[in-house]
Design a protein around this ligand. Structure first.
Ligand SMILES: *Cc1c(COP(=O)(O)O)cnc(C)c1O
Ligand code: SF4
Length: 337
């Protein structure tokens, strides 16, 4: 079977989310125009960034017009600040380039293996630690995945397959369904976890075709979404998260602590409360990975610890995320609070 791998599609017969992805904003000047950003601010925006701008129009609609400091805009708009070389910020901050047992497979966590399913995403987050990852070396067609599947099948200590990227849900459902079926055929695998920002930035992605393969194998499904600010949670996003939870998929959130986006206690507390209202559990609050071009997003760990103390005082335990960072070479995240 020839599986479609490239998700954006202008074809009228394609699922809604693929058409919306094809129509996403890709030009920084257009984004400034859509939001009516002040002319003096536009001088700080990169016109043709090396890591291109990408943002679905539905996510732009949640930004405040005319506000260059909007917390959603800040996550996606390429600023000239990114060109500044800062010591300690490099291309591979978490030490994962070229470490896996087979192409596309990272096995740095005990009991679980991470599959880099694609380099594509529905949004380009300026602080992303994978912005420098050599995605051209990851397998494309399902046939190219055979060495990774063989490596998983040969290691009975692995109980969980984690689909990552990029964003695995930028892949089409027929491709993902075929991969899920192959994983389910490996007897020692028990869980299938999907790390994705798509239900947040393009909630139309959570459709029947997605839920069918996600809940259609013997593997216990988990979804970890990525939402950093309560303004990201509009009605359509709430409905998408509700569809996941109603389908029996435990859904967790991973946020990144970001200067100028969510580095204050009120914003973080509101984010956590909105998430649990939607039956999504705050899982991690991640310290920024020090990737080149992201220094202007860094929040000092001391400040992060103070924010966590406030969250602990204000929220029930189940609504409080774990504050963690990735340290190269460690087989899991390191708690910071
Ligand atoms: C941390 C992390 C994982 C896996 O870590 P767990 O501790 O098993 O949750 C997978 N993907 C991403 C993007 C991560 O940041
Ligand atoms: S969606 Fe995730 S992988 Fe993609 S750019 Fe954003 S943080 Fe990076």
């Amino acid at each position: 079977m020839q599986l479609t791998e490239i998700a954006p599609s202008a074809d009228r017969a394609a699922p809604t989310w693929r058409r919306l992805l094809a129509e996403a904003v890709r030009d920084p000047a257009e984004l400034c125009e859509l939001l009516g950003l002040p002319a003096d601010f536009r001088a700080r925006v990169q016109r043709q960034p090396k890591f291109p701008l990408l943002v679905p129009r539905g996510f732009v609609a949640r930004m405040k017009a005319g506000d260059p400091h909007d917390p959603l805009l800040r996550q996606v708009l390429p600023l000239r600040d990114e060109d500044e070389a800062v010591p300690g910020f490099g291309a591979d901050p978490v030490g994962e380039i070229g470490v896996g047992p087979a192409p596309g497979l990272l096995h740095k966590y005990v009991g679980r293996a991470l599959l880099v399913t694609t380099g594509a995403c529905a949004v380009h987050c300026r602080y992303c630690f994978r912005r420098e990852y050599p995605y051209s070396e990851t397998p494309k067609s399902l046939a190219d995945w055979e060495p990774a599947l063989a490596a998983l099948a040969a290691d009975p200590t692995i109980h969980e397959a984690l689909l990552s990227g990029g964003d695995p849900l930028a892949r089409t459902d027929d491709w993902l369904a075929a991969l899920a079926a192959r994983l389910a055929a490996i007897p020692h695998l028990r869980r299938l976890r999907v790390h994705t920002r798509l239900p947040i930035v393009l909630p139309e992605r959570v459709d029947d075709a997605l839920l069918a393969w996600l809940t259609g194998t013997r593997l216990a499904p988990y979804v970890v979404v990525h939402c950093n600010h309560p303004n990201e949670l509009d009605r359509a996003t709430a409905a998408a998260l509700g569809r996941l939870v109603d389908a029996g998929v435990p859904t967790l959130n991973q946020a990144v602590l970001l200067a100028g986006v969510n580095d204050d206690a009120d914003t973080l507390a509101e984010l956590c409360e909105r998430l649990v209202d939607l039956r999504v559990l705050p899982y991690y609050l991640s310290q920024l990975d020090r990737v080149a071009g992201s220094a202007h997003f860094e929040v000092p760990e001391e400040r992060g610890r103070a924010l966590m103390a406030e969250l602990h005082a204000r929220l029930p335990g189940y609504a409080t995320p774990r504050y963690v960072r990735e340290i190269p070479g460690r087989p899991g995240k390191t708690p910071l609070a």
